[in-house]
Design a protein around this ligand. Sequence first.
Ligand SMILES: NC(=O)c1ccc[n+]([C@@H]2O[C@H](COP(=O)([O-])OP(=O)(O)OC[C@H]3O[C@@H](n4cnc5c(N)ncnc54)[C@H](OP(=O)(O)O)[C@@H]3O)[C@@H](O)[C@H]2O)c1
Length: 282
Amino acid sequence: MKKVKLGNQLVNPIGLGTWHMGDSVATEKQEIAALQRGIELGATVIDTAEMYGEGNSEILVGKAIQAFNRKDLYLISKVYPWNASKTQLPISLEQTLQRLQTDYLDLYLLHWPGEIPLSETITAMEQAKAAGKIKAWGVSNFDVSAMQALFSLPNGENCQTNEVLYNLATRGIEFDLQPWQQQNHLPLIAYSPIAQGDTLGDELLQQPSLKKLAKKYQISIFQLLLAWSIRDGQTIAIPQSGNPQHVEENIKAQEIMLTAEDFAEIDKIFPKPNKKVPLAVL
Ligand SMILES: NC(=O)c1ccc[n+]([C@@H]2O[C@H](COP(=O)([O-])OP(=O)(O)OC[C@H]3O[C@@H](n4cnc5c(N)ncnc54)[C@H](OP(=O)(O)O)[C@@H]3O)[C@@H](O)[C@H]2O)c1
């Protein structure tokens, strides 16, 4: 398994998503166990946001990480676009840190492009970095033109990642955004890498060729999807699961080495884009 450079750190290519976690007292114990199992297995990148359950996800992550050494973790959270101003971003960040019970984030993302000028958000992010509250900052749901606009601004190139929807059934970014990020040495964070447990209508679990490949390697189709998503060595996938067994299965996917023939077989069913497609978002 090849590690990925994210900010100034090398991390494993499978991390942990946390959307919809922390919303129910009934499932809290198992969700904490799932996150802790993931961390024990080296999935130290944990992705949350102030949006998720309006703070519930950050509170859950805060509880789960107390048993670990903070410096061994890579914590990501995201600010709402309307909170990404010079005055509001530090307030949102402080609340996020309190919910996570930590004093810094490894990475703070602008959740999606909004109305506040990017130059102002950059300034706020740089100030948070200078204050030691975040180690690095990045963006999410930016298409190529938004990335180009960002990189044209002072300090815009300090952006460390762009987190976008990416899975076998949603390959649009391979036409322009992924090559652009590769050229600019900007790692990609792939969200919904297993198409929300194949509930997005793509019927990935039913595909005979995926079934055949999964059988060949004695793996699940979800593991196949994850191994496929991180194949360029510059992508981190952040599958979400509140089930410790699923977490274990997902993390094992980073050890699977698919061949050029496998990729060619996959491309026949889910072809690479041959034209520009609008960025898919959830
Ligand atoms: N930046 C953004 O705008 C944005 C948008 C969407 C998501 N995200 C981030 O990306 C993360 C992942 O995306 P996602 O949550 O949308 O979808 P996902 O990770 O593609 O799928 C999550 C679903 O898959 C199920 N699952 C996970 N592993 C499984 C396995 N091995 N076998 C069977 N089912 C499995 C989970 O249920 P179980 O709990 O039962 O395992 C859950 O229902 C989010 O949690 C969030 O952190 C970011």
